[in-house]
Design a protein around this ligand. Structure first.
Ligand code: OKP
Ligand code: ZN
Length: 346
């Protein structure tokens, strides 16, 4: 399987996030991609290629122009106001406050466009997120050009980023960009399967009112877990998109056996949709050793997950999302990809 990778991810290196009442070192850090890349190479998964440059135009099919302009300029505006520190928001809208006016000040706009205090904007954020988007779209193009599958090894992740918001370490929605790219190249229907531990609220929001992209998500129940306000089983899409979002929330402590039962429900929905291709939001934070998550996957279970994805028999674009047990991340992620390949070969 081809891996699409760019060293530019290093440009996103936040200093701190707010977690459990403390500023702690960012969990979402460059070592994550480094260890996965090392494992891709040592396992002999296949060639590692650089992304093609797509420019900002395809990004604007998925994201709001005002939001994208904000992301591109935020760091310079923040530094001019506060100096060389991570840019973190401190104020958000409560219900019945007003969104009619985009704040002029950088502090106001950080809150306006975000939903948490765990996602620092840094000097290199814009560089890194552009490269990640390029990797995801390149992987999509390779699959449409005939590769049975491709893997976008990217960070920061993307599935919490919506049309006009960031949060959960995510700024641009790489999986949504891959799906939209395949639509633009003539695929009629794309399924996005999100197996990250957290609900992909951004992907859900982007495709909420669409019937051409099915969004299916297995994740920790938002009654217990971040992002708390999205991912319940009764969220099914709206308008023409009604029935094209499927959430399968699972309780803390979920292991492979219970997960596999939910996966069968996900797989049946995807098969009924009969998509032209599949995008997998691939998080390995379902691992028992993950420092911020509470599922109980063992490393071997990721082989089983990969084989289960291969059972869908679709051209597949894997896009890296979460996974914070850094030492095990390379093994766990490459297990999914290797499990997919050996099952796909039969
Ligand atoms: C991003 B992705 C833990 C706080 C965690 C944000 C988690 C973002 C996960 N106490 N806050 O889905 O892996
Ligand atoms: Zn996650």
């Amino acid at each position: 399987m081809i891996t699409v990778y760019s060293d530019a991810h290093h440009a996103q290196e936040g200093r701190a996030e707010l977690n459990d009442g403390q500023l702690v070192p960012c969990y979402e850090k460059p070592a994550r991609a480094r260890i996965v890349l090392d494992r891709v190479r040592s396992a002999g998964l296949g060639p590692v290629i650089a992304p093609d440059p797509y420019g900002v135009e395809p990004i604007l099919e998925v994201h709001d122009k005002g939001y994208v302009d904000f992301l591109a300029a935020a760091w310079d505006e923040w530094v001019a106001e506060h100096g060389d520190r991570d840019a973190l928001p401190l104020n958000w809208l409560a219900p019945n406050m007003h969104r009619r006016h985009v704040p002029a000040s950088i502090d106001g706009r950080l809150g306006y466009y975000s939903f948490d205090a765990g996602t620092p904007i840094t000097a290199g954020t814009w560089t890194a997120v552009r490269a990640a988007a390029d990797c995801a779209m390149t992987a999509a193009d390779r699959v449409l050009d005939g590769e049975p599958a491709a893997y976008a090894l990217v960070r920061p992740p993307g599935h919490h980023a919506g049309r006009a918001f960031y949060g959960g370490y995510c700024f641009l929605n790489n999986a949504a960009l891959a799906a939209q790219r395949m639509r633009d190249r003539g695929c009629a229907r794309i399924a996005v399967l999100d197996v990250d531990y957290h609900h992909g609220n951004g992907t859900q929001e982007i495709f909420w009112r669409r019937s051409d992209v099915l969004f299916v998500c297995l994740h920790a129940d938002p009654r217990q877990e971040f992002p708390y306000f999205s991912g319940h089983a009764d969220e099914e899409g709206e308008g023409i998109g009604q029935g094209f979002t499927l959430n399968l929330p699972l309780p803390w402590g979920t292991g492979w056996e219970e997960y596999a039962a939910a996966f069968r429900v996900a797989a049946a929905r995807i098969a009924a949709f009969a998509p032209d291709a599949l995008v997998v939001s691939l998080g390995a934070d379902t691992f028992i050793g993950d420092p911020i998550s509470r599922f109980r996957f063992q490393s071997d279970d990721f082989l089983r997950l990969g084989a289960a994805v291969a059972g869908l028999s679709l051209p597949t674009v894997f896009v890296q999302e979460g996974g914070y047990a850094v030492e095990a991340l390379g093994v766990n992620v490459v297990n999914v990809l290797a499990g997919f390949e050996s099952a796909a070969r039969g």
